[in-house]
Ligand binder design. Structure first.
Ligand code: ATP
Length: 245
């Protein structure tokens, strides 16, 4: 049953590339304000799942909604209501921090005034104050990550997709990044995040573990640990991977 209360709701989502099935009959829901973590080894189907939800890739079968719109039909409407931060933090290297902000704000259809006001609102919170004039290519990874996040939430999306947002960033910056994500979710945005860092999985409200395109486990971090009789999400993950052998 697909309800308007869900920020994301998918049923039997499937993506085939030729004869290969990258995402296989996956169903899950995410409510507003929830941080939902997608875990899985390389090639498990996480990015493909996000791309279908973000209106970038057409599902082979299955149905669902994102921000209340049909993923099979309304992808243009979905694109305007979501934020997407890809693994590679797509930034314009030869532009300054603020020029990047202005560019992405323009892509989302915001006026110059709206972009300025929104940037003022989020800059100190995200830790970008005083960096407006800095060229992007000289910034450390943790700051680039924050700029990519700022770009993704400028237009106040209802759902935020973060695809390995913390890879290559030091532990302190990663921790601070999660504090920011928590406050974004507390404001009501739904967040779907993929990560390879199992300690980060503990910060999520709910998790789904994927293997070979399939959902192999789901629940809150506490529920999963109970279900697998282990004391860490790392062990849950290892158990699901061992199931393969
Ligand atoms: P990673 O952590 O490495 O990003 P992932 O879980 O995000 O992994 P996906 O990128 O979704 O995995 O890829 C799932 C599978 O689908 C992989 O085997 C990949 O090679 C395959 N795949 C992805 N995109 C395509 C495509 N356009 N054509 C063919 N195969 C693809």
């Amino acid at each position: 049953m697909i309800s308007g209360d869900y920020a994301v709701s998918v049923e039997r989502l499937t993506k085939r590339f030729g004869r290969f099935t990258a995402v296989d009959n996956v169903s899950f829901d995410i409510v507003r304000g929830e941080i939902f973590g997608l875990l899985g080894a390389n090639g498990a189907g996480k990015t493909t799942t996000i791309r279908m939800l973000a209106g970038l890739l057409k599902p082979s079968s299955g149905r669902g909604t994102v921000a209340g719109f049909d993923i099979n039909r309304d992808y243009e409407k979905i694109k305007r209501r979501i934020g997407y931060m890809s693994q590679k933090f797509s930034l314009y290297e030869d532009l300054t921090v603020y020029e990047n902000i202005r560019f992405f704000g323009g892509v989302y259809g915001l006026t110059g005034k709206q972009i300025r006001e929104r940037f003022e609102e989020i800059a100190s919170h995200i830790g970008l104050s005083g960096l407006m004039e800095r060229r992007t290519d000289g910034l450390p990874p943790g700051i680039r990550q924050r700029l990519a996040l700022a770009n993704a939430i400028l237009h106040r999306p209802l759902v935020l997709f973060l695809d390995e947002p913390t890879s290559g960033v030091d532990p302190i910056m990663r921790r601070q990044f999660w504090d920011i994500i928590n406050s974004i979710a507390a404001d009501g945005m739904a967040v779907l995040v993929t990560t390879h860092y199992m300690d980060e999985a503990e910060y999520c409200n709910n998790l789904m573990v994927m293997r070979d395109g399939k959902k192999v486990a789901t629940g809150s971090p506490g529920e999963l640990k109970k279900q697998f009789h282990v004391s860490s999400i790392e062990e849950v993950f290892v158990s699901t991977e061992m199931g393969k052998r």
